[in-house]
Design a protein around this ligand. Structure first.
Ligand SMILES: [Zn+2]
Length: 294
């Protein structure tokens, strides 16, 4: 009995030491421009602007990663983020808001993100923005002019895209999934496939071949890849529209597998069938299926 206890205690001790030794940060920190870093982790990609005025971030992944993220920010410049811009309300982009707000960070997001976070976390929650805006907003900080622009009915109804005009970089949030497949369009949160297409087309007009393109998920890339993504989205939409002709029901369209010719891989949380259903619902919605004017 004693021996066993000793043995298991030492095994436990030994294994916890091994864990401590092998502890690796779940984050990868990459400089992408002079005063701009990207942090990859377990949620949406984080952009970090740093310079003479301090530091701020775009998105903050999950609450459980906040300490790791703050440590990484400390290695770049300071663990205190002046601002946190939330590209949209999803939990893998806003999960750390409360933890950052408790350190004095000011959360910034579109009015609709405020509404959705208020609905989820309650009034007076630290997850909520203290600054919310409508069409656009500009951060004049670190000798950088960062333009925050709202794209209505894209991935959700509260998407902001951040244009870093000096660093020549753009954070697209989840308007861009750079994972080789089709994006999640959150139709239940006011998202729309045509809205994503319009947003990407508009963003492409404002970037050049040197622009650093930061997607919500996947690796940082360039204009060429974003163009290919737009082509894929348009192709997917026309396949869907074709399949949906003659007033077919969603079940009929799902059975036809209209997206199969694209030969894409799907993740387990967003399989082909769910993607097809979301696109169907988006394209049957009179309010968001066609072009928008904002
Ligand atoms: Zn999202």
């Amino acid at each position: 009995m004693k021996l066993t206890t000793l043995l298991s205690a030492s095994l436990l001790w030994g294994s916890s030491l091994a864990i401590a030794d092998e502890h690796k940060s779940p984050l990868t920190v990459t400089p992408v421009a002079k005063q701009l870093h990207v942090i990859y982790g377990q949620g949406g990609n984080i952009a970090v602007s740093h310079g003479k005025d301090g530091l701020y971030i775009i998105d903050d992944q999950f609450a459980r990663l906040s300490d790791e993220i703050k440590k990484a920010l400390g290695n770049i410049q300071t663990n205190r983020a002046e601002f946190v811009v939330s590209t949209h309300h999803h939990g893998d982009h806003t999960g750390g808001n409360e933890n950052f707000a408790n350190d004095g960070s000011h959360i910034i997001a579109h009015h609709n993100v405020y509404k959705r976070l208020e609905h989820k976390h309650g009034k007076n929650s630290k997850f909520l923005p203290v600054l919310s805006f409508g069409h656009d907003m500009t951060l004049h900080f670190n000798d950088e002019k960062a333009n925050l622009k709202h794209y209505p009915h894209a991935h959700t109804d509260g998407d902001s895209v951040i244009f870093f005009t000096k660093a020549n970089a753009v954070h697209l949030g989840d308007i861009y999934f750079n994972l080789g497949g089709l994006p999640f369009v959150d139709v239940d949160s006011g998202g729309s496939l045509s809205g994503v297409i319009d947003a990407v087309a508009d963003i492409l007009k404002q970037v050049d071949n040197q622009t650093i393109i930061i997607p919500g998920h996947g690796q940082v890339t360039n204009k060429q890849d974003l163009k290919k993504y737009l082509k894929l989205l348009k192709r997917a939409r026309s396949l869907m529209v074709e399949a949906m002709s003659d007033g077919k029901t969603m079940e009929q369209v799902v059975t036809m597998r209209p997206l199969a010719p694209l030969k894409l891989k799907y993740s387990s949380w967003l399989p082909e069938e769910r993607t097809t259903k979301l696109f169907y619902r988006s394209l049957s919605n009179k309010h968001t299926a066609t072009k928008h004017h904002h």
